[in-house]
Design a protein around this ligand. Structure first.
Ligand SMILES: *Cc1c(COP(=O)(O)O)cnc(C)c1O
Ligand code: SF4
Length: 345
């Protein structure tokens, strides 16, 4: 049976306002997720999810699952998190490190690929496991983001005066506690050439409770400019809870951008992406990038071919004001920036 409203009530604990409790209560088994969505009768779906979820297990917070449609195995949010059999099929050009990250790591936990900015892996953990993720096979153990290793990265940053922007990423950088984050921001504030901090996080979308008073006050009093880049792929992800979390960021005066990945059967339509841009703008967020899928092993079923992607993007330009159109880009190893995708002239 398909119902339009959000599914079953959330378990006790997810209403306490304590995001760590919500994270602890997140859904971690295909059984629990499919039962919540009244899809437990779909045996093949369940069997595949069990089979394919071994190395990169299912993980989804309740607030994200509550935005999925009950009884709908094709739900675009469900598709992003449910392991499926297609993950077992991988052509040769889909690898474990498609974007050449391991070659760009001068010290553990720091990626320095582009001029003027470096990316610090603050934590290997996330609040959700996105099946299309290019980091699903990334050896986080080698980029071990323990505090001891941050100091090596901090030394590297301090020694390179060309680095004016540090990107906190992961995994998800907002998965660390406010204390840890505040410690890190204070250390970065002591490096005079770093004038901007960018935070790349999916937590405001999948666990909006994370945007608590403590976090807002840390961000507000930070000396360097802070830019938040969230990650939403579909307009349904911007529910009332996410909307108010994003507006809290804006109230503190931060610039908030969004990046999405173009995903087959999730958001590969003009209408869907128009609605996403509108929902983002309504929340005070500007669309930044629309990424082509990275060719990561086990993600091929999400790939949208280049011609389709360019057609969708061109149509977006016809339908929306320029500032609401994200840049369509691909990440290619060895390039000095993300590469814009367009049709050959
Ligand atoms: C994507 C990325 C960045 C950020 O690129 P921008 O174009 O500045 O958004 C920085 N470092 C690494 C390693 C990246 O993958
Ligand atoms: S939140 Fe980001 S890093 Fe984590 S699994 Fe999803 S896409 Fe990957």
């Amino acid at each position: 049976m398909i119902t339009d409203s959000a599914c079953a009530a959330m378990p006790a604990g997810s209403e306490t306002g304590d995001w760590q409790q919500s994270l602890a209560n997140a859904i971690r088994t295909p059984e629990a997720l499919l039962t919540l969505l009244q899809l437990e009768q779909h045996r093949p779906l369940l069997a595949a999810a069990r089979r394919r979820g071994q190395n990169f297990p299912l993980l989804v917070p309740h607030s994200f699952a509550a935005k999925m449609r009950c009884g709908d195995p094709e739900d675009p949010l469900l598709r992003q998190v449910l392991p499926v059999d297609a993950e077992g099929y991988s052509p040769e050009d889909f690898s474990s490190d498609p974007v050449g990250d391991l070659q760009a790591m001068p010290v553990p936990g720091l990626l320095h690929k582009y001029h003027g900015r470096a990316l610090l892996i603050v934590s290997g953990a996330c609040a959700v496991h996105c099946r299309y993720c290019f980091r699903r096979e990334f050896p986080y153990a080698e980029a071990d983001p323990k505090r001891g290793q941050w100091s090596e990265a901090l030394k590297y940053i301090a020694a390179d005066a060309s680095l004016s922007e540090i990107i906190l990423s992961g995994g998800d950088p907002l998965i660390v506690s406010n204390n840890k984050l505040s410690w890190l921001l204070n250390r970065l504030a002591q490096i005079p050439h770093v004038s901007r901090i960018r935070i790349h996080s999916r937590l405001p979308i999948v666990l909006p409770e994370r945007i608590d008073k403590g976090l807002l006050s840390i961000l507000k009093k930070n000396l360097q400019q802070i830019i938040i880049v969230v990650h939403a792929n579909h307009p349904k992800e911007i529910g009332a809870d996410v909307l108010s979390a994003l507006r809290e960021f804006r109230k503190t005066g931060l610039l908030v951008l969004n990046q999405s990945v173009l995903l087959k059967h999730v958001n590969d339509s003009v209408d869907c992406l128009v609605r996403l841009s509108e929902a983002l703008l309504n929340a005070g967020v500007l669309p930044y990038y629309l990424h082509m899928l990275d060719k990561t092993r086990g993600t091929q079923h999400f790939e949208v071919n280049e011609k389709c992607a360019v057609n969708i993007h061109t149509e977006l330009q016809h339908r929306l004001p320029g500032y609401m159109v994200p840049k369509l880009v691909r990440e290619l190893p060895g390039q000095a920036a993300k590469t814009p995708v367009s049709l050959p002239l």
